[in-house]
Structure formats: C-alpha cells, structure tokens
Design a protein around this ligand. Structure first.
Ligand SMILES: *[C@@H]1O[C@H](CO)[C@@H](O)[C@H](O)[C@H]1NC(C)=O
Ligand SMILES: *[C@@H]1O[C@H](CO)[C@@H](O)[C@H](O)[C@H]1NC(C)=O
Ligand SMILES: *[C@@H]1O[C@H](CO)[C@@H](O)[C@H](O)[C@H]1NC(C)=O
Ligand SMILES: *[C@@H]1O[C@H](CO)[C@@H](O)[C@H](O)[C@H]1NC(C)=O
Ligand SMILES: *[C@@H]1O[C@H](CO)[C@@H](O)[C@H](O)[C@H]1NC(C)=O
Length: 446
C-alpha cells in the first residue's frame, strides 16, 4: 500500500515535471531525424516514439507564399507555434509553384512578382514592402521558395518538425469542386504533380527540419469529366507512384497518405478490402520499398452530439490502426489527424464542444498525432478577398497575439495530454516492430 502510494506520488511528480517542461516552452533542438514508421508508431533515429502535436501554416493560396509575413517575421510566428508547445508545422504548398519554376527556365518567381500577380499592383507592392519590413533578413529579390527555406531554417533552430504538404495544384483557397480534387481533374495534372514532388523532395534535402511530406491534401470529387474514376484502385496507382518518386528523391522523409472524400476515410486500405467494385485487388503496404516511411493521415471536421459514436466512425475510417489488439486491421501504419479545427475565439461552444473535447480525449487515449487548422490568423487573399481574417486560427489577424485565452489553453492542454506518457501497454504495447526497421536498413532503404 505504502509503496503503491509512493509510486503514485512519484508518477504525479514526474508527470508534473513533464507538463512543466511543456509549460516552460522548452524544445529539444535535436530532432533526431530521420523518422521512420513501424506498425502504429513513428520513431526517431534513436528509436524513441514521436507524436506530432502541431498546427497548419498555409502557403498554397494564390500568391503561393506562406501566410502572415506582412504582419510578423518568420521567427516570431515560428515562436508562437513553440509557445503553445507545438512540435511540428504542416506547411502547405501548391504544385503551380514548381510548374512556374519550370516555365521560368528553372528560376523561382520573386515574391514581389507573385504578390503583384495575386493582389494587383497597388496592394501587391504594399504587402511586399510590409513583408520586407517585418522580415529584415529577406533580400529584396527574395523568391517564394527562399521564404520556404527561411521557415525551414527557423523551424530547425527551434527543434520543430517540418511536414511539407501538397495542398493543391493550382494555388488557391481549398477545398471544393474546384478542379484540384482528383487525379486528372481540371488543374490536377498527374505528370506535373509527380514532377512537383520530385522537385520539392529533392529541394527539401537541404531543409534540416524536414521530417515528412503529405502527398496530397483532401482528395475528393473532381470538377472535370476527364478525371479518373474516384476509387481506391486509382488512389493506389497514383499515390504509390508519387511515394516512389519522393522516396527515390529523398529517402529520409516520412510519406503521408491521405484518404478519399476530403481525406475522411482510408477504410478499404486499412482493412485490406477490394479497391473498387470492379477489382479484387487489395492494398498491401509490405509490397513497397517505402514501407517504413509510410504514415496515414485523416481529417475531421464535424459537430457531433456524442463522443463515442463520432469516434467509432473515425476508428473505422482508419484510426483502428492504432489499436494493436484489433486484428481486422491489415495495413497497420501510424495515423495522424493532419487537420481538425473550429473557431478559436473564446466561445465555449467551440473549445468545449463535444467535437473538440472528444478529439482531445481520444488523442490522449490513443496517442495519435494531430495538427490544428489553423495557427495563422490571416490570408493575403482567400477566394478573391484580400487580407482575410481566419477566426479558426489561434493567432489573431495580425499574428501578434493569441486570439483567445481559454481556447489557446485548451490547445495547450490537449498537447500536454497527447504527449503524456500514460500509454496503456495492454492496448498499445509496441516497440517490438523495431526489428523490421533494422532489416529495412540492411535492404538499403535509408
Ligand atoms: C486592397 O486591399 C484591401 C484590403 O487590405 C481591399 O479592401 C481592397 O479591395 C484591395 N484592393 C484591390 C484593388 O483589390
Ligand atoms: C486528362 O484530362 C485531359 C483534359 O484535361 C484529357 O484531355 C485527357 O484525355 C485526360 N487523360 C486521360 C488519360 O483520361
Ligand atoms: C473476384 O473474385 C471472385 C471470387 O474469387 C470471382 O468470382 C470474381 O470473378 C473476381 N472478380 C474480378 C473482377 O476479378
Ligand atoms: C481494440 O480492439 C479490440 C479487438 O477488436 C477491442 O476489443 C478493443 O475494445 C479495442 N480497444 C480500443 C481502445 O479501441
Ligand atoms: C494585434 O491584434 C490584437 C487583437 O486584435 C490587438 O490587441 C493588438 O494590439 C494588435 N497588435 C498589434 C501590434 O497590432
């Protein structure tokens, strides 16, 4: 009894110390890259599990420049991710950025040109000067990709993982029936997409914080009648092709596979079901060289009235992977919730909603990684309107302060609970699959 209560106190002290280290906003600058996946966990190069707790930093809209820089510096904004305790950033880009580099004889476009193109001469020039004013380290001809480089460098300095997400082909606000939705959709040229990944995965080798990539955000119904059929057979063909391109160009990065219907389901893949109505083929992750780089990603936006039924559909859509006792799972990979979010104004209906508290509880229970949509409070332009505030961001429009007190605390508390090491060994016992990573290394995979 005595010993037990002593252990309780010790555990409480240790978990308190853990929470305090998060509260003190300390980050381990050693990212211990590369990461790899084995079974349901992501590991770092020391064999320790890594759980992403992060936020989105959009950069795929019309100007194709990461947002917020007309209000604050790269360093200041990265510091805000760190301040709430986030360990990762999902930075989005558009394939059109790479297309324009090819059209421009291999040279990227200066942000000044891109801003004038997206916002018009007057506003584009104004925003350009504001960006330089807030980012004195930028030279006047800085290109878009050099802004990405600066973010990557800053994240590295702060010990924050960089997850690079291909959000769209044509740079614009996402997502609807907008021509960016599915393979061979109006703007979704598959060849350009693969070329874009070849380019970015190679370029990303010099980003010391780059830990993972997301092949494509929110696959969904196409606008064009020329697009390929929407099913997991087509998904398998092109997603694995892109993964091979990335893996060949940069064998260090994890590769995230998003699902169908706005990245809300990977059910057929996870459970090894037939890939389409007209085929008996199934997906087997072990067929691929990038096995120990593969990760599943899902998104969730919802307003459930009850947690367990909401969770049971997320579970069936892919989070079942995280339950090692669930033997119905055929392809077991880590699953990261790369987008979820709600208003970050101090409205209890938002941060205390069933949706928000349920995801918080399940992240703590299942130890899944997640990335909040969104952190940045403003878009240069969104759906034709300039200087648009995003109230779903934890930062206020001017990127300077947090939008809400209670809502930001809810995010901090979810981070602490997700990272707390109270793993139920019965359900989540793991580590054992590390052996297969060793054989992967022997095979020359990384
Ligand atoms: C310039 O930006 C402002 C918002 O900052 C907007 O109200 C105005 O419509 C924009 N001008 C043009 C020509 O788009
Ligand atoms: C892809 O779409 C284009 C039109 O955007 C069409 O011309 C082409 O035939 C389509 N490719 C295939 C293989 O269906
Ligand atoms: C799928 O498998 C079933 C049973 O083995 C078989 O009857 C059917 O012809 C197969 N369908 C296809 C499209 O291969
Ligand atoms: C894990 O899967 C087993 C077998 O299906 C099930 O009995 C158990 O409730 C699941 N546990 C969790 C936490 O999902
Ligand atoms: C930024 O916005 C917040 C909230 O609207 C405001 O309180 C603060 O004064 C602003 N700061 C600057 C530097 O503009």
């Amino acid at each position: 009894m005595r010993l037990q209560s002593f252990l309780y106190v010790l555990a409480a002290v240790l978990s308190g110390a853990f929470a305090a280290s998060i509260g003190a906003r300390k980050h381990n600058p050693d990212l211990a890259l590369p990461l790899y996946s084995s079974g349901r966990w992501i590991y770092n190069s020391k064999g320790e599990t890594v759980t992403y707790v992060g936020g989105n930093w959009p950069g795929a809209a019309d100007a194709m420049i990461p947002e917020g820089l007309q209000y604050q510096s790269v360093s200041y904004i990265a510091g805000k991710f760190a301040e709430v305790g986030m360990n990762s950033v999902r930075l989005t880009y558009a394939i059109e950025l790479v297309d324009q580099i090819y059209e421009n004889g291999g040279k990227d476009v200066p942000i000044k040109t891109a801003l004038v193109e997206a916002l018009g001469t007057e506003n584009g020039t104004k925003v350009y000067h504001e960006i330089l004013e807030h980012n004195p380290s930028f030279h006047k001809d800085i290109t878009r990709l050099e802004v990405y480089d600066a973010i990557a460098e800053e994240l590295y300095k702060r010990g924050i993982y960089l997850h690079l997400d291909n959000h769209v082909s044509k740079g614009m606000w996402c997502c609807g029936t907008d021509g960016n939705g599915w393979f061979n959709d109006t703007y979704f040229d598959v060849h350009n997409w693969l070329r874009g990944w070849q380019y970015m995965a190679s370029h990303g080798k010099k980003w010391k914080a780059l830990s993972s990539v997301g092949l494509r955000n929110e696959l969904r119904s196409p606008a064009s009648g020329y697009a390929y059929p929407v099913n997991f057979e087509v998904w398998t063909e092109y997603m694995t092709k892109a993964a091979e391109v990335v893996h060949k160009a940069n064998s260090d990065v994890l590769i995230f596979f998003s699902g169908l219907n706005y990245d809300t389901t990977l059910h057929e893949i996870v459970y090894g079901n037939p890939l389409s109505d007209s085929s008996n083929a199934t997906f087997d992750i072990r067929d691929y060289d990038f096995l120990h780089k593969a990760v599943f990603e899902l998104h969730s936006y919802s307003s459930p009235t009850e947690c367990e039924s909401f969770w049971s559909s997320l579970y069936s859509d892919g989070f079942a992977c995280l339950n090692e006792s669930d033997t119905d799972v055929v392809n077991r990979l880590p699953v990261v919730l790369t987008e979820w979010g709600h208003s970050e104004e101090d409205i209890s209906d938002a941060y205390e909603s069933v949706y928000s508290t349920c995801l918080h509880r399940k992240a703590a229970e299942y130890k899944f990684g997640w990335m909040l949509w969104t952190v940045l409070g403003d878009y240069y332009i969104r759906s034709g309107t300039q200087d648009v505030e995003d109230t779903w961001a934890i930062l206020a429009k001017n990127e300077t302060v947090f939008r809400g007190v209670m809502s930001t605390e809810a995010v901090e508390s979810m981070i602490a609970d997700t990272l707390a090491s109270d793993v139920d060994e019965g359900v989540y016992a793991s580590q054992k699959e590390i052996k297969s990573w060793a054989s992967y290394k022997v095979k020359g995979g990384a």
